[in-house]
Design a protein around this ligand. Structure first.
Ligand SMILES: [Zn+2]
Length: 283
């Protein structure tokens, strides 16, 4: 997969360790200085300086530089996210709608989301409540080491495109319709609805691959095979083994490997939304 002629998205929020600035004067420090001046007659400038020293001792000024790997993964993710924006914006326009871009949050370990605490063990996921994709790039390494995938940039990009697919479903109102239906369904029906929703996100990832390739010729030999390999292994077979209590859509079953490949391919061949109707007919 080539990304050399791809711009970067501005919608990536990096919550990882690097480039974090701490220290300086806190609000509490200023309040302490004010109180000292007001009630104890201390010279405000002096009180401020003392507070500044204390605060600095407590919170040393620290600017961690991001590692080369962090910089590279952010560039990669930003380019892939931008490619999804460039694909979905015109598709929405063609349907007289506006594509509202999602934010992609990069984090390590755990992070707070509008869908509860996000954890690496969940794998990448989309939270409809804040319209953000959450990604710990360690997952890309796990895809290789623990899930036995061939890996490769396109397989990683496909993961992002699938999560963006859930964002598209949210914008189109599909996700809320599915949620309503699931609330009225028994467990089996509910799981089936989830599978249909997940397969549609795979189909949307296929649309992204097709349209982006038409725009930028980004696909290279072997990419599709690697994505198929990923589609085969990335299902919740892996995710379901993880911690329980997951409240985001990806905690549910994604369908069989065959179904996932079929629907990804359908989007890839057609490149249009209409071909991704996973809700009527057989899957
Ligand atoms: Zn999904």
């Amino acid at each position: 997969m080539r990304l050399d002629n791809q711009e970067e998205s501005k919608n990536v929020e990096d919550r990882r360790g690097g480039a974090v600035k701490t220290g300086g004067i806190s609000i509490i420090g200023l309040v302490v200085a004010f109180v000292a001046w007001k009630f104890f007659g201390a010279d405000p400038q002096q009180a401020y300086q003392v507070t500044k020293q204390v605060t600095s001792q407590q919170q040393p000024q620290q600017i961690q530089q991001p590692t080369a790997e962090q910089v590279a993964s952010k560039t990669f993710v930003s380019k892939v996210l931008r490619s999804t924006e460039e694909v979905w914006t015109p598709i929405f326009q063609q349907h007289n709608m506006t594509y509202k871009t999602p934010t992609l949050v990069m984090y390590t370990g755990a992070t707070s989301t509008a869908c509860g605490q996000g954890q690496s063990a969940m794998g990448p996921f989309y939270c409809p409540a804040d319209q953000k994709v959450y990604l710990d790039t360690e997952f890309f390494k796990q895809m290789k080491t623990q899930m036995g995938m061939q890996g490769g940039d396109f397989a990683y990009a496909y993961v992002i495109a699938h999560e963006v697919g859930h964002h598209v479903q949210t914008l189109l109102g599909t996700s809320s319709q599915v949620s309503k239906l699931r609330a009225q369904s028994n467990k089996v029906q509910s799981n089936l609805l989830s599978v249909r929703q997940e397969l549609q996100a795979d189909c949307y990832a296929g649309i992204w691959a097709k349209q982006n390739n038409d725009q930028k010729q980004f696909l290279q030999q072997g990419d599709i095979e690697k994505a198929m390999d990923a589609a085969q292994k990335i299902g919740d077979d892996y995710l379901q083994h993880q911690a329980t209590g997951r409240v985001v859509p990806d905690s549910f079953t994604h369908g069989t490997s065959q179904q996932r490949m079929t629907w990804f391919n359908r989007g890839l061949q057609s490149g249009n939304l209409e071909s991704c109707d996973t809700f009527s007919g057989s899957i």
